[in-house]
Design a protein around this ligand. Structure first.
Ligand code: ZN
Length: 150
């Protein structure tokens, strides 16, 4: 059984009320804005990249609880790790979010992000959860300064 309570797990509520890395790092080398017009989530993601490493990451902006918690957890998951780790995690996270209702996923692949596994039952919320990951990819790949979910 899934319910809104499953969606708003304690860890999601905690990250929403006390977002991690909610700041602009001093040495940020790149900033990209992400916007989800469907919900109104809007964040600017700052990354400091050194070679292949995401040395530091932070974000500013506002949005719903799901988007903020997802962004906060994302920053924790990729900070201090290679870019390739972020790309792999993005793939696993996205697979978890768009899986059919009731389908299994591998929690080992997503770590703490498992807290957002109930989002797959709420298609409108998938964009909230995935927004900052698209923004991160744009920040790491280069090229564009803003992304939207539309
Ligand atoms: Zn949202």
């Amino acid at each position: 059984m899934s319910s809104l309570q499953d969606l708003y797990q304690d860890i999601v509520i905690d990250h929403n009320s006390r977002p991690r890395n909610f700041r602009k790092p001093q040495g940020a080398t790149r900033s990209v804005e992400g916007y989800n017009p469907l919900c109104g989530d809007r964040y600017t993601l700052h990354v400091q990249v050194d070679g292949d490493l995401v040395c530091d990451i932070g974000f500013e902006g506002s949005g719903c609880a799901i988007s903020k918690a997802s962004t906060s957890m994302m920053t924790e998951a990729v900070k201090g790790r290679p870019k390739g780790h972020a790309a792999d995690l993005f793939d696993s996270f996205q697979r978890m979010l768009v899986r059919p209702p009731g389908a299994e996923f591998d929690p080992d692949e997503v770590g703490d992000l498992e807290a957002l596994s109930g989002v797959n039952e709420y298609p409108a919320r998938v964009k909230c959860a995935i927004l900052s990951w698209h923004t991160l990819r744009a920040a790491l790949d280069g090229g564009v300064d803003s992304v939207t979910t539309e």
